[in-house]
Ligand binder design. Sequence first.
Ligand code: CO8
Length: 261
Amino acid sequence: MGYEFISYEREPNSIGILTINRPHVLNALNWDTLGELREFLEDVLPKEELKALIITGAGDKAFVAGADIAQMNEMKERDFQDYVDYAHRVYELIENERCPSIAAINGYALGGGCELALTCDIRIASEKARLGFPEVKLGIFPGWGGTQRITRILGLGKTKELVFTGEMITAEEALRIGLVERVVPHDELMNEARKLAGAIAKRGPIAVRLSKTAINAGSEMDLQKALLLEKTLVSLCFDSRDRVEGMKAFLEKREPMFTGE
Ligand code: CO8
């Protein structure tokens, strides 16, 4: 895999680490980086059959500082529309990826970078991380799914406060308002992300995958339809060998050996 702007490593326990790798511009996402991400997500990731994917940024300073402002500045309106569409497609691929994803936020997560973190299932941040949506300072607003995904997590008032002011918040504040799930010492970020991924990787993969679908798809439905979806998906789990193994292992007082079948 000859990537220039991203890197990928597969670790033991079927955990993958995907790194956005343009540290000289704080990992800002330009066309080429989005292109590599798309290729990775469409062509490589499905074959990896991971149990968890960690997404982080290269270097010590940034997760992703947003869309590439220098490149956007050169765009004509038509290119800009394509850029927005393309980023939406990439972000949907992450959001709908079968395996759970964890954003390990190692520094600035701004604009499109914070929106990238929002496509992940779980966010864990270094205490040095700074998050925000500074787009209004540039005369645009969070348009890579941000206004919609933030609202679903934070509610209307907090979303508007962050989006209208464009101000950055600390990792602790992000934890307090529910924008991240955990804050850890900077040097321990990747270990903590690996531990979290490892805890997920030990569980029944079908159960984890279908619970992700139930939670994500269900949150877009009214309660009655969502409950129906939940009943259908949990019944699929019941039909799996992993369910038989999980319950048997409990009764035999041993760790389950899940095979994903
Ligand atoms: N794009 C391009 N280059 C960037 C970006 C970026 N988003 N962020 C930082 N850089 C570059 C800087 O220009 C600088 O390059 P150089 O060394 O050549 O001057 C290098 O990275 C280092 O940055 P700084 O010197 O600025 O580092 P500081 O520590 O002084 O500041 C900050 C760090 C506060 C993070 C600062 O770099 C900053 O404010 N960056 C911009 C953050 C931002 O505004 N992000 C939002 C971008 S817009 C966006 O994401 C829109 C998504 C949706 C678009 C589509 C719908 C409309």
